[in-house]
Design a protein around this ligand. Structure first.
Ligand code: FES
Length: 106
């Protein structure tokens, strides 16, 4: 069942702690590899309009480099202030040598 999914990267494209910007259905998203697990989240921080692509990935979280909030890559929830709203997360699958995401969400 791949309805709604689009291919956004080769399965082995991202190394751990790397990320890739993806635009899908008009949304700016980030595909992230944390310790070998792939996640897809909103590119922009929920605190201010700032790209999380400029931050870094660590222990299943992504850090915003502007004010230092961390977001859980699985849930999108902020782990510390100043951000107090979650970023959205999107389903990711690896199939047929490709990484697929569903930009419509879960
Ligand atoms: S813009 Fe990301 S924490 Fe402020």
């Amino acid at each position: 069942m791949m309805e709604g999914y689009i291919a956004v990267a080769a399965a082995d494209e991202l190394k751990p702690a790397q990320m890739k910007r993806v635009v899908a259905q008009g949304k700016r998203l980030l595909l992230c590899n944390s310790a070998g697990t792939l996640y897809c989240v909103d590119e922009m921080c929920s605190h201010e309009d700032y790209s999380l692509y400029l931050g870094c990935i660590k222990d299943g979280k992504i850090k915003c480099s502007l004010h230092g909030s961390y977001f859980d890559l699985a849930s999108g929830q902020p782990a510390c202030e100043p951000a107090d709203e979650a970023i959205r997360t999107y389903p990711v699958k690896v199939e047929n040598g490709q990484v697929w995401i569903n930009p419509a969400g879960k």
